[in-house]
Design a binder for this molecule. Structure first.
Ligand SMILES: [Zn+2]
Length: 372
């Protein structure tokens, strides 16, 4: 069973979730918008194919957060392969072109059921969950996350990780609670304390998610970046522009100190296309700079996805498979990233999260050898 089979075999959950999102987008009442959105999320998060919820009498087993009108859509899709009801309502809403636009922005996203299947499918090459040693993009209460540093460590240990990097937003991104350099110094003091407390059991690395400005420069000074062990550089602006931004990303990955090109496109499920670029050129620059290309496992991002990741595999890139977790329940997003890597056939040895800490730190030190 190859990549195509895994994706196609389980695509009904994704089809239904997308239809429910379409319905949500044309609702005039806030309440029904939320209702359909919640139902869509519930279907996207199912561990098993929706077909397995069908009972002997032909009805659907109860799924939390899925109400009667969503259930009607589900049954229609299961019986006919599509939903006349949804298409009729979209036509009647006069919002057909908005819906079409959203539909075009849902390519190569995986549902949870597809993630579970890709992790278990032994015909796929690529990293396994067991080989995964640590998550390198995570947010805490120091920026826009809900977890303390100690909670990150405890959750990571419970998942069998050896290390993680806390990568709160840089001060250049105040909208995401970016940390000032003074705050960052305080955070590092706290990480030093935790280093002693967890010595030999777990290592929390001092990281940052720096912002890539429109011109490709990173929003921190070189001496500020020097204080960090893992630097994720990621774009957060101009993500709806159709203009080519190859030069922006190439400049970012050649910046001394940068380790990971975070959510390279900046796309968002059904709403944002993200950056347009000559990806072969971006990936070639990343290979030369030894920067890892991130697969961000946040379900709404899935960036880069397995399709684009295949190009990066061919180019010879290193990869970072990260959750972008903002809270403890988001740690599982790393599994979405691993699933994409497996579908793309990324060799485990090229996944920096699968390296022992010593190898990771040796590689990290070389990021300063770049002339920029
Ligand atoms: Zn980000």
């Amino acid at each position: 069973m190859g990549q195509k089979a895994v994706v196609q075999r389980l695509e009904t959950n994704g089809t239904i979730a997308a239809l429910l999102r379409d319905l949500a987008s044309i609702q005039t009442s806030q309440q029904s918008r939320w209702g359909y959105k919640r139902a869509a999320a519930a279907i996207r998060n199912l561990e098993a194919p929706i077909e397995s919820f069908l009972q002997a009498d032909g009805t659907l087993r109860k799924i939390p957060h899925v109400g009667p009108s969503s259930t009607r859509v589900i049954m229609e899709v299961l019986n006919t392969g599509h939903s006349e009801t949804v298409e009729r309502q979209i036509a009647a809403s006069g919002r057909t072109s908005d819906v079409e636009k959203s539909r075009a922005l849902r390519g190569h996203f995986l549902t949870r059921a597809q993630v579970v299947s890709a992790l278990a499918d032994r015909s796929l090459r690529g990293p396994t969950l067991q080989q995964y040693r640590g998550d390198l993009q995570m947010h805490s209460v120091w920026s826009d996350g809900s977890q303390t540093l100690e909670q990150i460590i405890e959750t990571a240990i419970a998942r069998g990780y050896a290390y993680c990097a806390v990568t709160d937003h840089s001060y250049g991104l105040p909208i995401a609670g970016g940390v000032s350099m003074a705050k960052l110094a305080e955070q590092h003091h706290e990480i030093d304390r935790l280093y002693e407390a967890y010595r030999g059991r777990f290592r929390l690395l001092k990281g940052i998610e720096a912002n890539i400005r429109a011109d490709g420069s990173v929003d921190m000074e070189p001496d500020e970046l020097r204080r960090l062990e893992i630097i994720v550089a990621a774009p957060h602006s101009a993500l709806r522009s159709a203009a080519d931004q190859t030069a922006r990303l190439v400049r970012a990955v050649t910046t001394p100190g940068v380790h990971i090109l975070g959510h390279p496109r900046g796309r968002m499920y059904g709403s944002r296309p993200g950056i347009a670029a000559d990806w072969n050129a971006v990936f070639a620059a990343a290979v030369r700079a030894k920067v890892a290309v991130e697969i961000d496992g946040d379900p709404a991002r899935q960036d880069v996805d397995y399709d684009l990741a295949r190009l990066a595999v061919t180019a010879g890139c290193l990869f970072a498979l990260d959750s972008d977790a903002h809270g403890a329940s988001d740690f599982a997003f790393a599994e979405t990233a691993i699933a994409h890597a497996r579908l793309a056939g990324v060799p485990a040895d090229r996944v920096i999260n699968c390296w022992p800490l010593e190898r990771l730190m040796t590689w990290a030190a070389t990021a300063w050898n770049r002339s920029g």
